[in-house]
Design a protein around this ligand. Structure first.
Ligand code: PLP
Length: 272
């Protein structure tokens, strides 16, 4: 964000909120769209950009709410920046639509500790000069990401994961696999007659994080506990929103989604 410029933020969940809070420390911010009034269930119907945004930031998949962009909004010439931490390489994407993509490795790419940044060259030249060297993307670009000692193990693992994705058939194959996994879990929600209530509006449903509620918090606690006994861990929703969250990142096998869907059907029979 150059001095004196305004940056626009599209808020569809908790990570967008965090991003905009950080941006406010740096300069002027305009919230171009914000779906919090509806509980972050959907993508915005309208986006109102500022006159000349330095960039427009969105979160391609809001991990906590389970809301994902399936078609990018048309933002004209404004440089688009995306936090893709929780859905990068989950499906093919048109990198040319973005000025900058960033993603923590720990969801779909490998171990925690590495962050991937894909940045258009002209943005490197436009970057602020008053940043500490280590915080400037130009430093990384100029030094082949070896200005400081990188997390070599995490980078090595990331390379193995890329090879694994290639062996599976690339992003088209991964996308099919992820569609199938999400379809299994959303299917269990949709045939439950309202026992499971999906958080996201159907058109905004995330293929990575399936978020839903049960009729009561007691049943949600029981669901999480029994799922754990059945070998399925990590199903409690983020503490800020509660409910259930099934994360179906690339590494999760289709059999695991099948097992969860079967457990959901069976839990409903016993408790519905
Ligand atoms: C996980 C995540 C992050 C960063 O997570 P840390 O655990 O703080 O490294 C950022 N954005 C999104 C969308 C995420 O899902």
């Amino acid at each position: 964000m150059p001095a004196g410029a305004t940056a626009d933020y599209i808020l569809t969940g908790a990570w967008g909120e965090k991003a905009v809070a950080e941006a406010r420390k740096i300069g002027d911010v305009h919230v171009a769209a914000d779906t919090s009034a509806g509980g972050y269930r959907d993508l915005p119907a309208t986006i109102t950009l500022s006159a000349q945004p330095a960039y427009v930031h969105l979160t391609s998949n809001e991990t906590i709410q389970g809301v994902q962009w399936h078609n990018l909004p048309d933002l004209g010439a404004a440089p688009l920046i995306a936090d893709m931490s929780s859905d990068i390489l989950s499906r093919p994407f048109d990198a040319s639509r973005f000025a900058l993509i960033y993603a923590g490795a720990q969801k779909n790419l490998g171990p925690a500790g590495a962050t991937v940044v894909i940045i258009r060259r002209d943005l490197l030249d436009r970057g602020r000069r008053d940043l500490p060297t280590i915080l400037s993307y130009a430093t990384y670009a100029k030094n082949d990401s070896l200005y400081n000692t990188p997390p070599a193990f995490a980078v090595y693992m990331l390379d193995l994961v890329l090879g694994w994705i290639g062996d599976l058939g690339g992003l088209e194959a991964i996308a099919q696999r992820n569609q199938a996994k999400a379809g299994l879990v959303y299917g269990a929600i949709d045939r439950s007659g309202g026992f499971y209530r999906g958080h996201a509006a159907p058109q905004a449903r995330s293929l990575m994080n399936v978020t839903f509620r049960l009729p009561s918090e007691e049943l949600e606690k029981q669901f999480v506990a029994e799922a754990k006994t059945a070998g399925m861990v990590g199903l409690g929703g983020h503490r800020s929103v509660g409910g259930i969250r099934a994360s179906l990142y690339n590494a999760l096998e289709e059999e695991s989604a099948q097992a969860l869907a079967a457990f959901m059907d069976e839990f409903l029979q016993r408790n519905g």
